[in-house]
Structure formats: C-alpha cells, structure tokens
Design a protein around this ligand. Structure first.
Ligand code: SAH
Length: 215
C-alpha cells in the first residue's frame, strides 16, 4: 500500500513524535518512499522503520531522517554534501530543501539505482558520485551543510575541513556494536562545536569504493 494518504499518515506520526519543521514535513510528504523500497518490503514503505535496500545497507527510519533534516536548519539556499546515498530517499527529500545536493555512495549498483530514481522524479538538483565520502568532494567544497548517513568512530577531519564557517554537519558517531549518537557539529571562527541529539543505529562508514565481492 502506498498512496498519498499513507504519506500524510506518516507525516502525522512524525509531527506527534516532535518534528516541527513544516518545510521538512512537506518535503517528506512529497517524496514517494515506495520508489526507494525493494519490492519485498512495499507493504512496509510507510511504516516509521528502517528497511533493507541490499548490499547489507538500510534505508533509514523516517523519524531519524526527519530529525537529521530538521537539525540542519535549512533555508533553501544551501549547497549540501551527503555521504551515503543508499537508496537516494534522504537526498530526494533534501533536494526540495536546498539549492543543490551533492551525494556520494561507495556501492556503485546502489548509486546507479538511486540515480535512476532521481531521473524518474526529475530531481535535477541532485548530483551523484561513486567514491569514498570520507574524503568529501574537494572539487565542490566548501559546503554549507554536510549530512553523513553512516556511522564512524569520529567525524572525518576532511569533512570538517570542507564545511564553511557557520556551516553544520550531522553525523552518527559511535562503534558498530554499540548504540551510536547523532551529533550536530557546527564550524565557528574558533573551531568545531558539537552537540549530541539522539541515540541511533546506522551501518558503518567504510573507506574506499566497495569491491564487487562485498555485495
Ligand atoms: N541515506 C540513505 C541511507 C544510507 S545507508 C538512504 O536514504 O537510503 C548508508 C550508506 O552509506 C550505504 O549505502 C553505504 O554503502 C554508504 N557508505 C558507507 N561508507 C561510505 C563512504 N565512505 N562513502 C560513501 N558511502 C558510504
């Protein structure tokens, strides 16, 4: 089941869970999550739950996506970098809320599928690259915002270096075997400020481009 009514119900659930950012909520309402979910999980596309997307990766829970987006305090003018395209769902929502979204994925087949979805939906503000997002995207830096959707032990220095002064980066931080924390980093004139937001569980941020054997 996947209709506008299901999307509206999901948005109501997010609102009652404390998401107040009306622009973020309407962007979520406008993106058909069923297009990003494998056939086997179509009936669960609008549950507030994480879902597998292949290659051992997951499409994040809508409440976590919404919390991350709300924490980025977007005005619509930002140049944003996403690390971990996955299905492309999170980037599709961000594309309605930013000037441009640059997104990097280390699994080429996942990126190809995400690119097809962006094309089908006409999301021309999303620019994709297969690569190691830990290194960021130096040719396009600096960024106003960075959204990392895989967990690492610490924020990669190369990503913090590609953030503008006044810019915000959101990333899950912690070890795989433990509960991780979603942390908001803000670059100031004096350095980096950090603020924990909520407990989360994400797949790991891994170095390099995935080899076929990893699939
Ligand atoms: N944002 C995605 C969910 C991401 S799951 C969505 O909306 O569907 C995390 C993704 O990060 C996985 O697809 C994984 O392959 C990717 N990833 C992990 N380490 C990475 C790295 N160093 N560079 C780029 N992508 C990475």
């Amino acid at each position: 089941m996947s209709t506008p009514a299901h999307r509206a119900r999901l948005v109501l659930a997010l609102r009652s869970a404390g998401i107040m950012d009306t622009l973020a909520l309407s962007a979520i309402e406008n993106v058909p999550r069923e297009l990003f979910v494998p056939d086997a999980f179509q009936d669960r596309a609008y549950e507030d739950t994480a879902l597998p997307i292949g290659y051992g990766q997951t499409l994040s829970q809508p409440l976590v996506v919404a919390t991350m987006i709300q924490s980025l305090a977007l005005s619509g003018r930002e140049k944003l970098l996403e690390v971990g395209t996955g299905s492309g769902y999170h980037a599709a929502i961000l594309s309605h809320l930013c000037r441009r979204v640059y997104t990097i994925e280390r699994h080429r087949p996942l990126l190809a599928d995400a690119q097809t979805r962006f094309d089908v939906l006409g999301l021309s503000k999303v620019v994709t690259m297969a690569g190691d997002g830990i290194k960021g995207w130096p040719e396009q830096a600096p960024f106003d915002r960075i959204s990392v959707t895989a967990a690492g032990d610490a924020p990669p220095q190369q990503l913090l270096d590609q953030l503008k002064v006044g810019g915000i980066m959101i990333m899950p931080v912690g070890r795989q075997s433990r509960v991780q924390q979603l942390v908001r980093f803000r670059r100031t004139e004096d350095g980096i400020e950090s603020e924990p937001l909520m407990d989360v569980r994400f797949v790991p941020l891994l170095p390099g481009v995935a080899e076929a054997a990893e699939a």
